[in-house]
Write a protein that binds this ligand. Structure first.
Ligand code: RVP
Length: 503
């Protein structure tokens, strides 16, 4: 006879927090969101502590170097996607690790032969209005000049006007030599009233750009997640097939933590991968595993030495695994079950293995619920895909700006390793979709807004830290009628946009 789990499995939207007593000390400014990323022993500290409980999903449409830098600046960590050749993934890791705060490698570069039409397209797609021009259009090509929105008039200039005709040419652009310090670059920016300062090497090749606003914001980032050499921290996804080739490249590139990216983690393949890493690197290389949805799966991976365990099957916004294969579990129930198992494991062994809630976070308050249910941090795909810094194009769909977002199991990503059960190296059927998500501006603004809400709710529960929230939180399941009551109801909402913005 098969095993039947007691009761239904539930998801976040079916729960609410019941406020507890909050003292005068419970104000958002006093709340710490620090949380452990990897396993540690009782009485010790986790070797890696996040400053905010957010990590970005191991996905092509989410975690590239630009997003990784932006997230580390806010105190979280990205996992660079593994569905690319190992050398390309390692190059992305290296790009994050070698990033010099304030010096930005251009991600929207023009050639002199491009047209005004191309410029407008690029502004639309990337949201940047200042773009360098290089001979071959690469970010490190021969520097030819710079284009800003002050160089053309959309209403007057023909769309086929060449960039070379309206750019500020290199000889008239104020540039700084490679090796210039950020302080000197900033002085030049102020002296010459610039918005951007190109950094050029001795052969005249573009190296990077310093933006006025970047320097300012760098000074106001108290949460930056840095390694011991003051470089941004970054993670990387691996799979259970080519780890012997991929892991050494990622470690050599400087990845701070790895994570096995799989839709189903309760498997011999994960055990073998973890064993190989431990045999070759001891506990020097930190590696998370998953995904699982119950206590048994958690214990298996914890016993195999996983540094953290990821929870969630089928709850991702782009995921159709439950529809195609009929496997999974309501995310809230899965998380509660696994967190209980983590606490028992800690009691028994003295080893704390952090739990990551992966997928299915729709509203900001879902994050507070996930933390209250015991998650140490959340992995987010859709949430981060909406920001400027995600690697995908911004497109205009029926008058509204959108960003593209596709699943790793979609025909577009073809990440067959994520769904690998042995056998042929191919994606036999899709488990994800290709979609749009509403564009949401910069990551910093989005994360600031979200975390302010999380902190406010924690205060309502009388908690000034995540462990305190986990002890004090009081949760209640709600009926489907109560869920209707929770939104605007029995009124005609004036601005229809209010109902589609992120709550
Ligand atoms: P969400 O944040 O709800 O967008 O979910 C992101 C998560 O969905 C990822 O971290 C991953 O676990 C899962 N995913 C990624 N691709 C797919 C798929 O194609 N089915 N699912």
């Amino acid at each position: 006879m098969a095993t039947f789990f007691e009761g239904e499995s539930h998801t976040f939207s079916e729960y609410l927090l019941v406020p507890g007593y909050s003292s005068a000390e419970n104000i958002p400014a006093n709340v710490s969101l620090k949380t452990p990323l990897v396993r540690f022993k009782r009485g010790e500290e986790s070797p890696i502590t996040l400053n905010i409980p957010m990590v970005s999903a191991i996905m092509q449409s989410v975690s590239g170097p630009r997003l990784a830098i932006a997230l580390a600046q806010e105190g979280g960590i990205s996992f660079i996607y593994g569905s690319q050749p190992a050398a390309a993934e390692a190059a992305m890791v290296r790009e994050v690790k070698s990033y010099k705060a304030g010096f930005v490698v251009s991600d929207s570069t023009l050639t002199p032969d491009m047209t005004l039409e191309d410029v407008l397209d690029m502004v639309d797609r990337t949201g940047h209005s200042t773009m360098p021009v290089t001979e071959d259009g690469t970010p490190t090509g021969k520097f030819c000049g710079i284009v800003t929105s002050r160089d053309y008039r959309v209403s007057r200039d023909p769309r086929d006007k060449k960039v070379r005709e309206f750019m500020t040419p290199a000889e008239k652009t104020i540039v700084a030599e490679d090796g210039t310090s950020l302080k000197v670059a900033n002085d030049l920016i102020w002296e010459h009233k610039l918005n951007a300062l190109p950094i050029v090497d001795k052969d005249g090749n573009l190296v990077s750009l310093v933006f006025r606003k970047d320097y300012d914001s760098h000074k106001s980032r108290p949460n930056e997640l840095l390694d011991q050499h003051k470089r941004y921290m970054v993670g990387a996804g691996i799979n259970t097939r080519d780890y012997a080739e991929r892991v050494p490249l990622l470690v050599e590139a400087g990845a701070d933590v790895l994570c096995i990216d799989s839709s189903e983690g309760f498997s011999e393949w994960q055990k073998r991968t973890l064993e190989w890493i431990h045999q070759n690197y001891g506990d020097k290389v930190k590696v998370g595993a998953g995904n699982v949805v119950d206590a048994e799966g958690f214990r298996f991976l914890a016993d195999c030495g996983a540094d953290f365990v990821k929870v969630g099957i089928g709850g991702g916004s782009i995921c159709i695994t439950r529809e195609t294969k009929g496997i999974g579990r309501g995310q809230a129930t899965a998380l509660i079950d696994v967190c209980r198992a983590r606490d028992e494991y800690f009691e028994e062994t003295g080893v704390y293995v952090p739990v990551c809630s992966d997928g299915g976070i729709v509203y900001d308050y879902h994050m507070t619920l996930a933390l209250a249910m015991g998650a140490d941090f959340m992995m987010l795909g859709r949430y981060f895909a909406r920001f400027d810094e995600s690697p995908t194009s911004r497109v205009n769909v029926n008058g509204q700006y959108m960003k593209e977002y596709w699943g790793e199991g979609s025909a577009r990503a073809r990440n067959w390793q994520r769904y690998d059960l042995g056998g042929a190296a191919k994606l036999s059927f899709v488990e994800g979709v290709d979609s749009y998500v509403p564009y949401a501006g910069s990551l910093k603004d989005g994360v600031d807004g979200t975390l302010y809400k999380v902190k406010s709710t924690m205060c309502n529960c009388g908690a000034n830290s995540i462990p305190e929230l986990q002890q004090k939180a009081r949760l209640t399941l709600v009926s489907s009628t109560s869920i209707v009551e929770g939104g605007a109801h029995d009124v005609v909402v004036k601005d229809s946009q209010q109902s589609v913005t992120y709550r």
